[in-house]
Write a protein that binds this ligand. Structure first.
Ligand SMILES: Nc1nc2c(ncn2[C@@H]2O[C@H](COP(=O)(O)OP(=O)(O)OP(=O)(O)O)[C@@H](O)[C@H]2O)c(=O)[nH]1
Ligand SMILES: [Zn+2]
Length: 185
């Protein structure tokens, strides 16, 4: 990201909004936004985070309530919520923080929720696990504060490997739901 260019563009935007970019409260805003964009869009720079694995087996591992913040690609407004990841290991498990980093890799981009959900499932499944489920439950500011102005939430899911099978899917979903009574999943 060319930060000097971003600063210039934000300054132009401030003028078009009808504001004075030289006034006290706004004079550092282009720089703040350039810094913020570098932070909230750094998912593009990420490598695969899943290299740290331990030799261990388990029928299923579930990481619940991984919070995320992303930016919708249609309006560049935030959408945010919780992601639950379940996978069936193939002799190796992932460090739990690496699952959070994987969520960050794909959420810190211009996204839509369904693609974010699939990106995470695909990268995990590519590691050779037997199956993956990713569920995301999120609120979208582009729908809350403009347009239809509605607080509806969106739930999206992606199933890979053994969880594409109806029975396996039902049992893992029951397990995820049972342990997350506070969510609407
Ligand atoms: N499925 C899905 N839709 C999204 C997501 N983020 C934003 N949208 C929707 O993308 C659509 C974009 O439609 P457009 O008609 O081009 O945009 P718009 O004119 O702002 O739409 P309205 O909000 O209905 O006025 C809207 O329906 C948004 O609610 C997402 O993550 N997933
Ligand atoms: Zn949007």
């Amino acid at each position: 990201m060319d930060k000097e260019r971003v600063k210039k563009l934000v300054r132009e935007l401030i003028i078009e909004i009808g504001e004075d970019p030289t006034r006290e409260g706004l004079k550092d805003t282009p720089e703040r936004i350039a810094n913020m964009y570098e932070e909230i869009f750094d998912g593009y720079e990420s490598d695969s985070e899943l290299s740290v694995q331990f030799s261990e087996d388990s029928d299923v591992v579930v990481a619940r309530n991984i919070q995320f913040y992303s930016m919708c690609e249609h309006h560049m407004l935030p959408f945010f919520g919780k992601i639950h990841i379940a996978y069936s290991p193939n002799g190796r498990v992932f460090g739990i923080s690496k699952l959070v980093r994987l969520v960050e890799k794909y959420s810190k981009r211009l996204q839509i929720q369904e693609r974010l959900t699939k990106n995470i499932a695909d990268e995990l499944f590519a590691q050779g696990v037997k199956g993956v489920v990713v569920l995301a439950d999120a609120e979208h500011f582009c729908m809350k504060m403009r347009g239809v102005r509605n607080d509806a939430t969106l739930t999206s899911s992606a199933y890979r490997g053994i969880y594409e099978n109806k029975e396996e899917k039902e049992s893992i979903m029951a397990m995820i739901r049972r342990r997350t009574p506070e969510t609407s999943l």
